[in-house]
Design a protein around this ligand. Structure first.
Ligand code: PXP
Length: 258
């Protein structure tokens, strides 16, 4: 009898195991701080709370215009947390110098435009090959793991491989913004196929952009997906229910079997 119970408990636990890691992007905690030029809310505190709630990594984007995250945040978060810090960044020389000084565990190269509300589109590795190659080399020389944020296309995955990146993060914007079921399904299939190609190439596979408490249920069905990087939806929900509860809800969704 007790063996039967043990087995039941084990299978229940296996079903609830979180297969996809959660990287929490705390940029928008800093957005709120910068709106008033106060010292609060502090993304460092948010990162520590997220760590103690079960997040697997913390993500920050040090933008060239410093509209939210500042050097001080990256520096202090790196010192404060034990889980990996993933620094989103452009290929700008000053930002690369800062990354080499702070040495986050991982850097994710993203395209950056001054006027955009948030990152728009993946980094075009074919168009920017030489520049990205130089930056990837510098980051790797500083023992920083490199991730490339790309659109879910075969040519981009192939370029990421040639560039020597260890991680690819697929841009889910087209999927989450698709109007209508058929369009969303088409975009979902593109991400799914890209994950399957990336797995064959030996990449650690992440995805992100616009993932929320509803669309996560679909995206987590991709079996090759190893990590989701989520910011806006979780930080927004934390305004109503608190950061710990908002993170817990997302982790529960990542654990649930469907
Ligand atoms: N991944 C990357 C590469 C991003 O640029 C962003 C936005 O900063 C995210 C994930 C998180 O996107 P969101 O805030 O929409 O969840």
């Amino acid at each position: 009898m007790s063996r039967v119970l043990d087995q039941a408990e084990t299978s229940c636990r296996t079903e609830k195991i979180k297969k996809i890691k959660l990287g929490l992007n705390v940029d928008h905690v800093a957005t709120l701080r910068q709106a008033r030029g106060t010292s609060y809310p502090d993304p460092v505190v948010a990162a520590l709370l997220a760590e103690s709630t079960g997040c697997d990594s913390i993500v920050v984007h040090l933008r060239e215009d410093r509209r939210h995250i500042r050097e001080r945040d990256v520096f202090l978060i790196k010192k404060a947390i034990k889980i990996p810090l993933n620094l989103e960044m452009s290929t700008n020389k000053q930002i690369v110098d800062i990354a080499q000084m702070i040495k986050p565990d991982q850097a994710t190269l993203v395209p950056e435009k001054r006027k955009e509300l948030t990152t728009e589109g993946g980094l075009d590795l074919i168009k920017n090959y030489a520049k990205v190659e130089r930056v990837v080399k510098k980051l790797k020389n500083s023992s920083i793991k490199v991730s490339l944020f790309i659109d879910p296309f075969k040519q981009q995955i192939k370029a990421a491989k040639d560039l020597g990146a260890e991680i690819v993060e697929f841009n889910t914007a087209a999927f989450v913004e698709a109007k209508g079921k058929a369009r969303a399904e088409k975009e979902f299939q593109k991400v799914k196929n890209a994950c399957s190609i990336a797995e064959k190439e030996g990449f650690f596979i992440a995805a992100g952009h616009g993932i929320d408490y509803l669309n996560v249920k679909k995206i987590k069905q991709i079996k090759e997906l190893q990590e989701l990087n989520i910011g806006h939806s979780i930080i927004s929900r934390s305004v109503y229910i608190g950061l710990i509860a908002a993170v817990e809800e997302m982790i529960d969704l990542l654990k649930a079997s469907n």
